[in-house]
Design a protein around this ligand. Structure first.
Ligand code: ADP
Ligand code: MG
Length: 160
């Protein structure tokens, strides 16, 4: 069983900064899934990832709930997906998701549980726990690739 790491974030800035640390070490083809209730901090964290990837205007990073996929260009392309509103699994087959998931960019997915079948096995799972109004427990769970080593390095060098 790969080792999960839990990090406490006491304000949105800390959640953003954790995202920045992750964004800095991402490589092409990485997939990151974000789970947690509405308001848990998934989009805040994604803004940090975008910043870490060198995307300058992270204010434009918003929940893509209505568009499903937003695309940004930084050091690598970032595909930000949100399947919150997805009701019908068949719709996903029309989106050509494999092209993103197995392409050269980075894919960040909110509500991955809505498209169960097609998430790559090698990925970083991030779970957001709404611990209090201003406190989130963020759990990094490595699945395959070299994620276990990479999250250990993030935790080691982390300054929030
Ligand atoms: P989600 O995408 O999971 O629905 P958002 O990132 O859009 O969540 O919203 C998180 C909200 O919670 C923001 O309004 C943010 O200011 C607030 N918040 C308060 N404390 C934190 C924290 N520690 N981390 C992240 N967000 C926090
Ligand atoms: Mg969101």
């Amino acid at each position: 069983m790969a080792k999960a790491i839990t990090i406490t974030c006491k304000n949105p800035g800390e959640t953003f900064n954790l995202g920045v640390s992750l964004g800095k070490i991402l490589v092409g083809g990485d997939v990151v899934t974000l789970q947690g209730e509405l308001g848990a901090g998934k989009t805040c964290f994604t803004k940090g990832i975008a910043h870490g990837l060198g995307i300058t205007n992270t204010n434009t990073v918003t929940s893509p709930s209505f568009t499903i996929i937003n695309e940004y260009q930084g050091r690598l392309p970032l595909f930000h997906m949100d399947f919150y509103r997805l009701e019908n699994e068949e719709v996903t087959s029309d989106l050509g998701l494999e092209e993103y998931l197995y392409g050269q960019g980075v894919t960040v997915i909110e509500w991955p549980e809505r498209l169960a079948g097609i998430i790559p096995a090698g990925r970083l799972e991030v779970c957001f726990i709404f611990a209090a109004e201003d406190r989130r427990e963020i759990v990094l769970i490595p699945h395959g690739k070299d994620w276990e080593e990479r999250i250990a390095k993030i935790a080691e060098n982390l300054v929030l």
